[in-house]
Design a protein around this ligand. Structure first.
Ligand code: CMC
Length: 426
């Protein structure tokens, strides 16, 4: 858009104040009153919904779920409690917790025919397309949860998704290994069961170390929700059309897949591998700073955080617990990561743009130490984020303000013209 094409106009619109954070300018009547739309590619200055679930202060590095700081949730609750909190707004008491976790454990099993889906994929298929396709296909199996106008059915589907996505993710891994699927075990916690489905096999029962299961649980809590990020926005957008919840979460998984979002944890490890050693850091950062290269420092930067991502701090301390438990004396990737972080956080390019390590800078290091293959990293993020996605979807479906999401555009194409017969076209 040229300067000549832009002009300043002024109108008055109400400002709405939330309980915390920046207030918003309510310009819903802008088209009717001024004949204008706002222009905001990437939605950097647009609040698209009202929400009570998650609060982020990106300048101060604060993340709250239902008012509780992420630090307290990560250290004092488990993923099942945090899921309950996201879904229903309060932490469960002991009885509520027992009833909820028992119900969630029984929901982990997949309809036996869903096994057939896996055989349709190549053995070397990445887990994300398997997850994306199979989650959408759940809608063909669980029709008693598809009436989106019935709150009981919505809740049923939300719980099923949190419980069944881990089974699909673990089976995608087993399929790639050519190993038999391990059925979910109702007697295990959410994270122990997930580790069991990944690592048990005929002849070798995997017994999860409680500290490692706790570390994985913490990773799940740290990824459980993050307000209106790209994948949650995809879930809400698809949900706004009245699509079924399985289709909505499948859309969220597709959005998460990209390297700018959930695919970053896998990309970070591939980046460490590519850099190779501390000696390779300066040449790599020179490429990152060269805008022509198209290379980014993966695991750095965030749309909302302009300060250290609070999840990254917790990830780093979790990493120390894991390597101590596993008695790992030296991890060359961790040494490389520390040096890369040090150099980048002192470099003018990153300082000036307020680019700090985000959650994914460290998560891959922990997952690698836990023996989880790099190709599964984004699938684990999807397992964790399912609680956030379904909570946001439930909130949206109960919100009388919800309308089909339908942004407008700034048209810069041709003005009206007539079709010329093909014989006369140059
Ligand atoms: N490496 C190098 N330069 C960067 C990076 C980076 N990782 N991130 C941002 N920049 C630069 C960007 O080139 C731009 O520079 P300039 O002002 O000179 O044009 C400036 O910083 C602002 O960047 P932006 O692209 O406008 O920022 P954004 O808010 O649109 O993008 C982001 C946010 C997360 C997509 C981006 O920082 C990024 O690509 N990071 C790497 C991928 C990554 O780690 N993603 C995980 C995010 S956290 C987990 C999750 O929520 O999924």
């Amino acid at each position: 858009m040229t300067d000549e094409a832009s002009e300043s106009l002024s109108f008055t619109f109400p400002v709405i104040h939330g309980t915390m954070g920046p207030s918003v300018l309510d310009h819903r009547r802008l088209p009717q009153e001024a004949g204008l739309f706002t222009f905001d590619p990437g939605f950097g200055s647009t609040a698209a919904c009202e929400s009570k679930i998650t609060f982020i202060d990106g300048e101060k590095g604060i993340l709250l779920h239902r008012g509780y700081p992420i630090e307290q949730l990560a250290l004092q609750t488990d993923y099942t409690e945090t899921s309950y909190l996201l879904l229903y707004g309060e932490l469960p008491n002991k009885e509520q917790y027992e009833v909820f976790s028992a119900d969630m454990a029984t929901q982990r099993l997949l309809h036996e025919q869903i096994r057939n889906f896996f055989n349709g994929f190549r053995r070397d298929a990445h887990p994300m397309p398997i997850l994306c396709g199979t989650v959408a296909a759940l809608s063909a199996f669980y029709s008693d949860g598809l009436n989106i106008n019935d709150p009981t059915q919505r809740d049923r589907s939300a719980r099923r998704l949190i419980a069944k996505v881990p089974t699909i993710a673990a089976w995608a891994y087993k399929y790639s290994r050519g190993e038999p699927f391990v059925y979910p075990d109702e007697s295990l916690s959410f994270s122990e069961n997930f580790l069991n489905m990944l690592f048990s096999r005929p002849g070798r029962h995997y017994k999860a170390d409680p500290i490692l299961a706790r570390a994985l649980d913490r990773i799940f809590i740290l990824h459980a929700d993050h307000e209106q990020n790209a994948s949650t926005t995809a879930v809400r957008l698809v949900g706004s059309t009245g699509a079924n919840p399985f289709a909505c979460i499948s859309a969220g998984i597709a959005a998460l897949w990209g390297p700018a979002h959930g695919g970053a944890n896998e990309a970070v490890l591939n980046m460490f591998d590519h850099i190779g050693s501390k000696e390779g850091i300066p040449a790599f950062l020179a490429k990152v700073k060269d805008k022509q290269s198209g290379i980014r420092l993966m695991g750095f930067g965030h749309r909302v955080y302009r300060n250290f991502d609070p999840r990254a701090k917790l990830m780093r301390s979790t990493y120390y617990e894991v390597i101590e438990t596993l008695n790992i004396k030296r991890d060359p990737f961790f040494d490389l990561a520390m040096e890369l972080e040090k150099i980048a956080t002192e470099d003018e390019y990153f300082v000036h743009r307020k680019l700090y390590p985000n959650v994914d800078f460290y998560s891959g290091l922990i997952l690698k130490a836990l023996g989880i293959p790099t190709s599964m990293f984004t699938a684990l993020f999807a397992v964790a984020r399912t609680a956030g996605w379904v909570s946001q979807w439930l909130e949206m479906m109960a919100d009388p303000m919800t309308r089909i999401a339908r942004p407008r555009q700034l048209y810069m194409g041709e003005k009206p013209r007539d079709v010329i017969p093909m014989a006369k076209r140059v």
